[in-house]
Design a protein around this ligand. Sequence first.
Ligand SMILES: C[S@@+](CC[C@H](N)C(=O)[O-])C[C@H]1O[C@@H](n2cnc3c(N)ncnc32)[C@H](O)[C@@H]1O
Length: 450
Amino acid sequence: MVDPAPAAGGAAASATRAALLTREGRALVERLTPWDEARALATLAAVRREPGWAEHPDVVAAAAGQARLRTRAAARFPGPPRWWTEDGLQQATRPEVAQRHAARFAAAGVSEVADLGCGAGSDALALAQAGLAVLAVDRDPAALWAVAATAADLDLPVATRLADVTGPSHWWNADPSRDAAGCFVDPGRRAGRARLAAPEAWSPPWSWLVGLAERVPATGAKVAPGIDHALLPDGVQVEWTSVAGDLVEAALWWGPLRAGPARRIATVLRGSGTAQLDDAAGVPRPPVGPVAAWLVEPDAAVIRAGLVGVLAARINGHLLDPRIAYVATDTRPQLGAFGARYAVLDMVPFGRKPMRAWLRGHGYGDVVVKKRGVAVVPEQLRAALRLGGDGPVATLVLTRTDAGPLALLVEPVPGPHAPDPRAASRAPLERPGSGSDGGGRAQGDARPRP
Ligand SMILES: C[S@@+](CC[C@H](N)C(=O)[O-])C[C@H]1O[C@@H](n2cnc3c(N)ncnc32)[C@H](O)[C@@H]1O
C-alpha cells in the first residue's frame, strides 16, 4: 500500500508536488519531456502565458524540473518514467545493480525490507519489483514523495515513512526480533557537491550501520567502493561491482544475505553479462616478473576487491611491479570480462624527448597514454609530445617497475572491454599472436591489494 505524499517540507512545496500528480500536471511534464535546455527560457515563458498555467508559475517550474530530471535519467533508467528529485537522481542506484540487491534479499527468503534512507527509491522499487514488502524511509519529504509517486504509478507495494532512521523508536533500532525482516542502507555520502570520504561522516554514519547489522541479521548496505578494507567487520561479505567498466559500489551483505563462503567478490556487469571472481579458494600472491607478450589491465572491481592475484593465477600471469595492477603473461589470456587485454608490441624510451623522437620516427600521428604508478598526466604528456601528424594513434602504457619506469607500445585487443576507437593498429614490431577477447582503455592509477 502506498502512503499519500507526506505533507512536511513546507505546505507550498507539498502542494506544488501534489499538483504535478494531477492529470494536468502529468500532461505538462510529459509535454516538456525530453527537456531542451537550449530552449528553456522560451519554453517556460510560453507555458506561463497559457491559460490554466499563468496563475501557477511554481507548478510550471516544478514540471520543467521533472522534465529535466527525466531527460537526464532516460539513458540510465529505461522503462516507465519515474518521479525524481535532483539529489535522488544523483544518488540513485543503477537499476541493474538495484535488481541484484533485491535478488539477494529474495534468495535469502526475506519477505519484508526496510530501505533506510531510500532517496528517490531506486533500491526500494527494485525490492518491491522482486516481490518483497517494502517500507521506504527517508528524512527528505521530496524524495519520499518521488518514491511514493513512482510506486503508485507502477502499482508496487511500497509504504513510506518520513523519519530519521537513527531514531530510537524504530523496530530496527529497538526490537531486532523480526526474523523475516531485513534492512537495506545506502548512506548519503555527499555534503553539497563534496564527497564525504570518512565513513563516519556519511548519513547515517558507519558506526550506526555496523550496529544495525548486529541487531538485524539480514542487513545489506551500499557503500563507497573505496572503503578501507581494514574497516570491514568480521563476517560481512563484500561485493565490488563495476558496470561497463565503471566501479560503482561496494555492497555489504550480512547474515543470510551472504552468498557462499567468499569474503570478497568482484562482480563485473557488461552488456547483459555478469562475471564474478571471489576469494573462496584463497588469493595467491602473484609473482613479479618481466614484460611479456601480453599485458592485462584488470577490471576496477577486481582491483578494489583485492583479487588481482586470483586473476593473475587464472591467466598464468605475473606483475611487473608488486604494487601496480598490470598483469603480464606470455600465454594468450582468456580474460572474459575481467579486464582489458593488450598485445605488447615494443618498448619505448622513457622521457618526453626520446619518446617523441621514437614515436615520430615510427610514423605515429597521435598517442593515447595509460599510466599507473608514474607521475605523468596523460593529457599533458600527449600535448607535450606534439605529434600532430597523419599517422596512426599509438597506445602507450607507462608503468613503474622495480627497474624504473617503463613505457610500452601496446595494441588493445577487442573484447568485452571495448577497444579504444582512437587507437589505430600498425604492423607490430614483434607481434605476440592475436586473440579475440580483452582490450580496453581505462586510465589512471590502481594498485593491487594482497
Ligand atoms: C544515497 S541516498 C539513497 C539512494 C537510494 N538507495 C536509491 O538508489 O535511490 C541516501 C538517502 O539517505 C537519506 N538519509 C540520510 N541520512 C538519513 C537519516 N538519518 N534518516 C533518514 N534518511 C536519511 C538521504 O535523505 C538520502 O535520500
